[in-house]
Design a protein around this ligand. Sequence first.
Ligand code: 2HG
Ligand code: ZN
Length: 469
Amino acid sequence: MDLLGTLRGILAAGELLTGEACEPYLVDHRRLYRGRALAVALPRSVEAVARVLAACDAARVGVVPHGGNTGYCGGATPDESGTQLVLALKYLNRIRGVDAANYSLTAEAGCLLERVQEAAAGAGRYFPLSLGSQGSCQIGGNLSTNAGGVHVLRYGMMRDLVLGLEVVLADGRVLNGLTALRKDNTGYDIRGLFLGAEGTLGVITAATLKLFPQIESTATAFAAVADPRAAVALLARLRAASGDTISSFELVPRLALELTTAHIPGITDPLGTPHPWYVLCELGSARAAEPLEALLTEALGAALEAGLVRDAVLARSGRERAALWKIRETIPEAQRHEGPGLKHDISVPVSALPEFVERGAGWIAAHVPQARLIAYGHVGDGNLHFNLQGRAGADGAALLARADEVRRALHDLAVSLGGSFSAEHGIGRLKVAELERYAPATELALMHAVKRALDPHGIMNPGKVLRSG
Ligand code: 2HG
Ligand code: ZN
């Protein structure tokens, strides 16, 4: 029997799409890639995933795992051959259980991140991963891409939030590693291999995740600073002053604020006069009576006197807090409305961030004068989205044509400062060549060895992360 016939025997009607119905699964979120597919499988059980993979492995057919399709590097999009199977996990979406006493929760891959956050809150607990796309991204994608977001400073990346994993291997075997243990020192970290592997080693079907005490009080401020150097100095002060209650510290340049006020309804400048840079910072505590507002006011006041902060506003209500966060969260959307641009997701040690911005901005001004720099993001993690936006009326295609050259200059600069060319968006298809360029040869060889060991026929998300063949 041919593969499609076998798959029809495994999956119920409506769980296997062909032809036109595949369309929504063929284009990535940024519209960088448009692929074709043999079919799209939408299994509802782990057993069905296992049988689909076993069949594809036997037929040597590539499988492209697909979550909420919110990734930035094309990792969930099939290639143009039309021979690959897209494996969408969205119907594998049960919360299998919450163990409040163990501060853990077990969720299937297709659960929306927001649903996981809600399930934790329903049990009086907190799941800290937080991203702009949390209403549409799926936990399996968050795990497979080792997602970051706006709380990494305090809680770490997705990798740090995992206790156990259930994975279907390329040949259909199921690795049941759904432990809820915080201590389990029993050999190699096999489960860890699948986190950040972008579906190239197997398919994550469920995970047991760490929960934390519910956040009962927050204090949020939007502060104007002269430059990223002042932002980094302010971060150091706030960390010392607030202990471990600081959960977010995000940089917003003036241009980002202007783009959001221009393109996103309901956004206004929270401060009276314009400033070149801003930071959005938030403290949070599980203690309802924690005087966080007083602490933040005092720390910002002292920073104002020291000349580090130029002006600041504190959110006085949930509504004001949401309004400040909306500025930050809608920057990517505002950029899309403004027109074509180039994106870079770099990280360096926090202490090297000011130098990166100064040198990176200098390079752009000298070499790409038609572009405007919009560098924003997770200063607390040393991670900036160092994006370029065409000037109004400028030729967008001409800017996009410079993508390789600009990427090379900025990635070389990040790496020369001890940094990374992909802080939180992963590799996907977009950055395969970058990984080959920057990964130490020994590390790359080990990655290929792991790939061969776990996926000897090369069916798992071929061509993503590592070049296939
Ligand atoms: C964010 O931090 C995302 O908002 C998207 O990682 C970054 O669009 C981007 O460049
Ligand atoms: Zn980000």
